[in-house]
Design a protein. Structure first.
Length: 146
């Protein structure tokens, strides 16, 4: 990876619209065959508490767009997680120490998320979602001009 690419990946994306676009892609992909509640199996829903989440009209449980995906219980911001995934997809042999240095996160956090991404890439269905998200994320230079 060139120093310029590393610099672009490490820059924060200041566009709050980027997270909305990522959540939108996650929600569309996750519920492409329709919503089914994981708790009770009901198929009707209303708008949830958070953006792009859905609430079952029978048991009232909320399900976010990121739950039960590669980003489930992810402690880093969604835009950073997708940028980190992009880095791992473009250069699978990148070390967790390098990722830690670029994103200024703990090495163990980066190692755990890199492991999750590499496992995801082995599953063709999950890899397709990951590639959609990477394509959806704008480059940091695009958002800096707005």
């Amino acid at each position: 990876m060139t120093p310029k690419t590393v610099k672009l990946l490490s820059q924060p994306i200041e566009n709050s619209d980027a997270e909305s676009r990522i959540l939108s892609v996650l929600a569309d992909y996750k519920w492409r065959d329709g919503f089914v509640c994981r708790k009770c199996g009901h198929d009707r829903f209303c708008k949830g508490k958070k953006p792009f989440s859905r609430r079952c009209t029978k048991c009232k449980s909320d399900e976010s767009a990121s739950s039960h995906t590669i980003f489930h219980r992810c402690k880093i911001p969604l835009t950073e997680a997708v940028r980190l995934a992009k880095m791992v997809c473009n250069q699978p042999d990148v070390s967790s120490y390098e990722i830690s240095r670029v994103f200024e996160k703990r090495q163990m956090t980066c190692w755990k998320f890199k492991t999750r991404i590499t496992e995801c890439l082995e599953d063709s269905e999950k890899a397709r979602l990951l590639k959609l998200l990477i394509k959806e994320l704008p480059e940091p230079s695009e958002t800096a001009n707005n």
